[in-house]
Design a protein. Structure first.
Length: 62
């Protein structure tokens, strides 16, 4: 689990239309973590915060 996994997930979001469609219905970070895991990315809510704090492309979860 790491912020690097979050960065890779964000990159996959940029490059995968189907994944972008799936993220549109997410309303909580827990759901984002689960979506990432379902696609092979292992990270936690803390990893998301660390990635965002270090300047990753931010994802706003409604």
């Amino acid at each position: 689990m790491s912020k690097e996994a979050v960065f890779k997930f964000y990159e996959a979001l940029e490059n995968t239309e189907a994944l972008r469609q799936q993220i549109k219905v997410i309303t909580r970070e827990e759901e984002l973590v689960k979506l990432g895991a379902n696609h092979g990315y292992c990270f936690t809510k803390k990893d998301i915060a660390a990635a965002n704090a270090s300047g990753a492309a931010l994802l706003k979860v409604r």
